[in-house]
Write a new protein. Structure first.
Length: 289
């Protein structure tokens, strides 16, 4: 598996943009029936999906056009929920009585994707910042978790993401629904840029950061030419370039924009694309070096 190209996560992008959700629950976890939920994701134009109950779901007999990835949502003593996503059921590790760091490290070694879930869920916060900063080898965190809108806490965790990135911790940002019921299914998710609709290609794009977090604004092109980062969208009204610690480096009204790494203090730049109402999509971070 390739590593993330942190100077330009989109350097290997393909021409197909495919949307998927990597965090959801079905009837065996008090959710809606899997066949009904899968049918709704198909109707909404999703291309891939991972069911992340507390045990790996058996897809045998499930009829769907979606490319189904294997997944679970683990927890350590009811805390530190983590979505483990992979290509092979027998490669996903969910051992009991091990530490959180061991769980992450073992799954990373097995080639799985490790996503820390809903950091700002609850009054306590599901992950304190120091926990995110101290633990290592996870791929990224949910910068937006849709279902937390109906619970205490915040669905948005970009502030913690920016603090991590500012300290040089290179982690990806994921947008997931955490759907339990049919009414939780919406159009947000992770959009990969691949050259063909193939589970291996989709998984590689997720592992290497060749995707963006989608919540209403469609990105049509994104990348880096020397020290200039550029983006083009279908329907953005405002584009924001965000730098270390959450600083707004530049704002451009319109569907496309670019920015150069002119100030040497900017260790990374990421992009937020805002549309109508609550529409917003997020790029992965581009690091200077």
């Amino acid at each position: 598996m390739k590593n993330v190209n942190w100077k330009n996560p989109y350097s290997s992008k393909g021409s197909k943009w495919l949307k998927g959700n990597l965090h959801m629950h079905v009837d065996k976890s008090n959710g809606s029936p899997i066949k009904d939920m899968v049918r709704e994701y198909e109707r909404r134009g999703f291309a891939f999906l991972a069911v992340t109950d507390n045990d790996v779901t058996n897809y045998k007999g499930l009829k769907t056009k979606l490319l189904m990835l294997q997944g679970i949502e683990t927890d350590i003593l009811g805390q530190k929920h983590t979505c483990i996503v992979g290509l092979k059921k027998n490669r996903i590790i969910n051992k009991k009585n091990i530490s959180f760091q061991e769980l992450i490290s073992d799954n990373e070694k097995a080639g799985n994707l490790c996503i820390l879930c809903h950091p700002d869920w609850g009054i306590r916060e599901h992950y304190f910042f120091d926990e995110l900063n101290t633990n290592t080898r996870y791929d990224g965190l949910e910068i937006y978790n849709k279902v937390i809108e109906r619970f205490a806490g915040s669905p948005l965790s970009t502030a913690k993401w920016d603090r991590l990135l500012a300290l040089g911790k290179k982690v990806l940002g994921f947008v997931n629904q955490d759907a339990h019921l049919m009414t939780d299914i919406v159009d947000c998710g992770n959009v990969v840029a691949v050259d063909k609709s193939d589970p291996d290609k989709i998984f590689e794009a997720l592992k290497t950061g060749c995707f963006y977090g989608f919540n209403g604004v469609e990105i049509t092109d994104i990348g880096r030419k020397k020290n200039t980062i550029y983006i083009k969208t279908k329907n953005a009204k405002l584009i924001r370039f965000i730098g270390p610690g959450g600083k707004h480096l530049k704002k451009v009204k319109g569907k496309e924009a670019e920015i150069a790494f002119e100030n040497k203090l900017y260790s990374y730049i990421r992009i937020e694309c805002l549309g109508i109402g609550e529409e917003i999509s997020w790029s992965q971070p581009f690091f200077r070096e």
